[in-house]
Design a protein around this ligand. Structure first.
Ligand code: ATP
Length: 735
């Protein structure tokens, strides 16, 4: 059989004050020697190096007790160390070395060191590595002196643990415990992550709402930009068109007005200036001619009278003074009177007229009085006078008719001139009305232009405001065409657009989000963090699920192996028990599950770390024994030897299902009689087929079964010494 356990070396460990090495050259190695020589210290050396944490199981109170305490001849040591060497060429241990040296050192201060091929490692690394090779270190693999029946004395739970250990389930249990620990950790992390997300949620919601607002504002801004563009383009087109149209209209009106004004002044000067003067001149001429005419008429009348008189005198041939009044005298008088009367004609004042009339009467009276005493004129003279008078009359009458014709012309002319004046006046009135109308129109156009200028001003303001609000993009109208209908539509449409734009502006302002870049960024980061946490949560939940699966799988494996292993153990137990007792039977059975508080469990296993109190469903292992020819049942009634035999049968059968690489049996055979010692030795031989055996014994039969014997002695110096011995010597040494 392949032997993986090569040797053990104890240095400063308990009674081995000097470095001592045991080489295991045979499947069964027996350690013999007198009481107190240090044999059990070898078994404890195994416990120690395999990671035993219970001081009690190494008969010590503290780490220091394990160190060579010194003797008069060999001073105490500061450290105890045990090294065990494995042949790992078959990779018993899951590590890539063909030889594995595990060493444990304890110092006086209680500090422990673990070394794997010289490299410091943790205890748990050692335990895991060994567990993988089904080396448990405690329980059944190393049976300390007097501890053989521990499995009988153990509680059902402890017993179950020992069996599980023997079945190599520790490894799975470690894995399960590890997975459970990881699951707990994962649970904690899940809770933490959930709580982080919960903490994040309100902030994230707030940010989301803000961002939604910002996005809405952005949309509104985009709409605003669009509407503004359209509105401004229309406004610009309209204003430009209106301005041009009104300017043209204004120019036309101004030109018209100028022309009208010119016409007015022309007409005015025509009617009042030259026309008036002409009329006055004509009238003056008329009155002058009228004067002359009446003068000519009077003259012609006088001449006619004188002619009559002269003709009469001539006829009568008598000439009276009255008949021969000198003509020039009379003419003068008549002219004077005529002039006075003409003047009077133009006078309105009645009293003045009256005065003048009385004056005229007195002048006439004195004229007539002045006529007396005039010399008579001869008939020749009279004839001459008639002739002259006739000629004069004819002359005057010609003059008279010429004047009358002239007067007629003048009157006609005056009428015409007057008529002309009236027409000009009417024209002037009409022209002035036209001027007023044109002025009114011009004022209207100017007002319209002022209104367009105001619109332009407002437009500029709107452009500026628009740029500030949505950027230079609002100037797009500068390079775009005129929107359809911009020049023909009703202004009300633009008004409606402006109101809409104003409403939008107010809405944007009310949203009060500004550009919100920072908030958007914070939202993005927070969302990323939340998503990261979400993903982490999914991962964690996945790993929790896979851990649960793993745990369930492990539980299944553990359970299956346990059931199967238990079956195997019971089979082996039946076999060994019958061999030892020559009949009867013993059996391990799983108890009815019961609730055991964790604390109670802990008490049974003092080295496990503390777990908060909780209950666990636990089914221990009970053992039933039935001895041949004896009607007894129950362990309590067994004799010491019977107990020892049952224990041995149990321990040995446990090693059969999942044999460990080696077993250490410290005087397990101590209580056996000779016959049973022989049977024991046979069984040891049987076990050795599967595991290396290190047996500490005083029994010859056992020694005889060993292929190699070591004698342990202790001299006066208190140091355990080791020597290889033969069977004959061994018996001597052992005594
Ligand atoms: P038995 O056959 O009676 O079981 P044994 O051979 O198994 O005896 P051990 O119990 O292994 O003997 O050895 C005990 C001896 O080891 C005692 O003499 C004890 O004084 C000695 N010893 C134990 N611890 C120390 C220590 N720290 N330093 C020195 N000697 C020690």
């Amino acid at each position: 059989m392949f032997r993986s356990l090569k040797s053990i070396e104890l240095a400063g460990f308990k009674s081995f004050g000097k470095k001592t090495e045991l080489v295991f050259g045979s499947p069964i190695v027996a350690v013999v020697g007198p009481n107190g020589s240090g044999k059990s210290n070898v078994a404890e050396g195994f416990r120690f190096v395999l990671g035993e944490q219970s001081m009690k199981s190494m008969r010590s109170k503290k780490g220091e007790d394990l160190i060579w305490g010194g003797s008069p001849s060999l001073s105490r040591m500061n450290r105890a160390s045990v090294k065990v060497v494995f042949d790992n060429s078959k990779r018993l241990l899951d590590i890539d070395f063909s030889e594995v040296v595990i060493e444990r050192v304890v110092h006086r201060d209680g500090q422990n060191e673990y070394l794997l091929n010289g490299t410091q490692v943790r205890l748990k690394d050692v335990i895991r590595l060994l567990a993988g090779a089904n080396i448990g270190g405690s329980g059944y693999q190393i049976i300390s002196q007097g501890e053989a029946d521990r499995i009988l004395n153990a509680s059902p739970r402890e017993r179950r643990e020992m069996v599980e250990d023997a079945l190599g389930l520790k490894l799975y249990q470690h894995k399960k415990a590890e997975s459970e620990r990881k699951l707990d950790e994962t649970g904690v992390n899940i809770d933490k992550t959930k709580s982080l997300r919960r903490e994040l949620a309100p902030h994230l919601m707030f940010l989301r709402q803000q961002v939604e607002k910002i996005e809405k504002a952005r949309e509104m801004k985009a709409t605003l930009a669009e509407k503004l563009n359209d509105y401004l383009a229309r406004e610009n087109a309209w204003i430009t068109q209106e301005d041009a149209r009104l300017r043209q209209e204004e120019q036309a009106l101004a030109g018209e007005l100028k022309k009208l004004s010119e016409s007015v002044s022309r007409t005015r000067s025509a009617s009042s200036g030259a026309g008036g003067d002409a009329l006055a001149g004509l009238q003056k001429k008329l009155s002058e001619r009228e004067g002359k005419l009446s003068e000519a008429r009077r003259e012609s009348e006088r001449l006619a009278r004188e002619l009559g008189r002269a003709e009469g005198a001539l006829e009568a041939n008598t000439v009276t003074v009255e008949a021969i009044v000198p003509v020039p005298h009379v003419r003068n008088f008549a002219r004077e009177l005529d002039a006075t009367v003409s003047e009077l004609e133009r006078v309105d004042d009645i009293s003045r007229i009256r005065n003048t009339l009385s004056d005229i009467r007195s002048r006439i009276r004195s004229f007539i009085e002045g006529l007396s005493g005039t010399a008579p004129v001869t008939n020749e003279e009279a004839r001459q006078q008639v002739k002259t008078l006739s000629q004069s009359l004819e002359q005057v009458q010609k003059e008279e008719s010429a004047l009358a014709g002239e007067l007629e012309d003048l009157r006609k002319k005056i009428g015409e001139t007057r008529e002309k004046g009236f027409t000009a006046e009417r024209e002037l009135v009409e022209l002035e009305a036209s001027v007023r109308e044109a002025q009114g129109k011009l004022a209207g156009v100017q007002a319209a232009r002022a209104s367009v200028a105001a619109s332009r001003q407002r437009f500029e303001d709107e452009v500026r405001e628009g740029v500030a609000l949505v950027g230079a993009g609002v100037r797009a109208w500068e390079n775009a065409g005129i929107p359809t209908g911009a020049l023909s539509e009703d202004r009300g449409a633009q008004e409606k657009r402006r109101r809409e734009i104003e409403r939008l502006k107010i809405k944007i302002e009310e949203s009060g989000t500004g550009s919100g870049e920072q908030i958007v960024q914070e939202f993005r980061q927070t969302k990323e963090r939340d998503e990261f946490l979400g993903k982490e949560l999914v991962d964690l939940e996945k790993s929790a699920a896979s851990l649960k699966d793993l745990i369930a799988e492990l539980e299944k494996t553990i359970d299956a192996r346990f059931q199967e292993g238990l079956k195997g153990i019971n089979e082996a137990l039946g076999n060994f028990f019958t061999k030892l007792f020559g009949g009867g039977h013993a059996k391990l059975a799983v108890e009815q599950p019961r609730r055991v508080s964790r604390a109670a469990l802990e008490e049974m296993d003092e080295d496990e770390e503390e777990i908060p109190e909780e209950e666990e469903l636990y089914a221990g292992l009970s053992i039933s024994v039935s001895l041949p020819r004896k009607k007894i049942r129950g362990l309590e009634v067994l004799s010491g030897g019977e107990r020892a035999l049952t224990s041995i049968a149990l321990i040995f059968s446990m090693t059969q299902v999942n044999p460990p690489p080696f077993l250490v049996l410290d005087e397990t055979d101590a209580a056996l009689d000779e016959a049973n010692s022989k049977r024991y030795a046979d069984m040891v031989g049987e076990l050795a087929a599967k595991s290396q055996l290190i047996v500490i014994t005083h029994n010859r039969a056992t020694m005889a079964a060993a292929g190699e014997l070591y004698g342990v002695t202790m001299g006066g110096d208190g140091v355990s010494k080791l020597l290889s011995v033969k069977l004959e010597e061994a018996e001597r040494v052992a005594k």
